[in-house]
Design a protein around this ligand. Sequence first.
Ligand code: MG
Length: 205
Amino acid sequence: MQFIPPLDLDQLKGFLAKDEAEALFQAALLTSKNGPVLEIGSYCGKSTICLGMACRENGSSVFALDHHRGSEEHQQGEYFHDPDLYDPGSAQVDTFREFRRNISAAGLDNTVVPIVAASELAARHWNTPLGMLFIDGGHSLDAALADYRCWVGHLLRGGVLAIHDIFPDAAKGGQAPYAILRMALNSGLFEETARVNSLALLRRL
Ligand code: MG
């Protein structure tokens, strides 16, 4: 099935290439029949919409986990800070309003379940097997390791683990996502099935 975005994804804030968007959709289309999708790091919802369109097709759901306070690189004074997403009232980044608007505009209010919390907190009582896990949260080593350790065990056999921002060349980007990719492969629990741009797709054996 072809991925037809419900709105122009290029107009949305976020960091996801076209080929990555398509790959996320296709992976979720295959796996969300077996269990819901959980995404870590939704930001303004660009990737959530790709996953959500596939889940809606299957009558499944996307749990979109994000504290919506921005990652390290989104904070004031940092390279990826966006003043539109800064809430002067709370003196914090707040991406939830923009996220919510985009999910509604995409017609996915009945498919996407936002979880506005830290990854470790949300994982504490989690007990639902996942068809797919997409890790695109904080890019510090601590954050990436926590996301991996908290959630990977919930993935069903045959499910897909997707990791964004894989840069084997350290000059091109941070190394934390690449570190958890290698950890997954070294565990013997996964095989890499595709690499699309900076997106790695692994299958849980
Ligand atoms: Mg990313």
